[in-house]
Design a protein around this ligand. Sequence first.
Ligand code: PSU
Ligand code: MN
Length: 309
Amino acid sequence: MNTSYLVYSPEVKEAKEQGKAIVALESTIISHGMPYPQNLETAEDVENIIRQQGAVPATIALIDGKIRIGMTHDELEAFAKGEDIAKVSRRDIPQILASKQAGATTVSATMICAALAGIDVFVTGGIGGVHRGAETTMDISADLQELAKTNVAVVCAGAKSILDIGLTLEYLETHGVPVIGYETDTFPAFYTRESEFGVDVNGTSPEAIAEMLRVKWDLGLHGGAVIANPVPTEDQMEKADIDRMIAQAIQEAKDQGIKGKDTTPYLLSRLKELSDGATLTTNIALVKHNAVNGAQVAVELNKRKSSDS
Ligand code: PSU
Ligand code: MN
């Protein structure tokens, strides 16, 4: 494998040399998941939360033909403001690097870059999944295939019901991806703490979760894991409200012919409008909460690094 495409920030480089726990962060959530300036504030707050937990954040993006592991303030700002930043999943990486365009990495692309950099825990808000109506559109996020094959644990607040949560979980099961609840038996639905689905296992502590990941990778069971961490109670939305707004946003997307990679960004921004900003407030709160808990898992996993890995 050719690692010459990787460029580390000084902070991440030092963390690697010192064997510190590192947590990957994605850039699509900045460029395509939230509006400016909340996206920039959140990105920087999340990095600081991870530092407070004793780990080192590595926000990942494609810049000038390189995979950047750790971004500067100016780069974060450019990605937060930028209108010509590509949304990059696995299939887009070659084109964006070869043409030296700026690319914001989705969950799938961030997992790939994190694995190349030897980072095994990644914190975000929500993963992509099987979209509602996928039986005719075949719109299934590349994130799910990546979870099936790349050894990175993704800490998220579950999947939102713009997706078909049941089919998303079926897909993960088929591909052998463990879905671990963070101190919960119930799979969370992003804006709300509960969906009608369970998790495969309740991860009762960061130690217990780290132990499961260690065993999985020690055995060569390739692929990631979903660590599903419910939004804090005080930040969750009313299920009836969010269900109604999601139904409306999905209908509007359909009426306007929005499809492919534009679907998720459209729905997120439309939900923010329909909810008068409530979905954004909840999104920010859950990402920060994931940063706290994800960093703790990363610290525990780092203590368990096998000598042969
Ligand atoms: N869910 C969110 N915010 C996001 C995304 C998902 O709440 O920003 C982004 C992530 O980068 C995820 C991507 O990997 O959307 C999935 O896009 P698609 O559905 O097109 O695969
Ligand atoms: Mn898609």
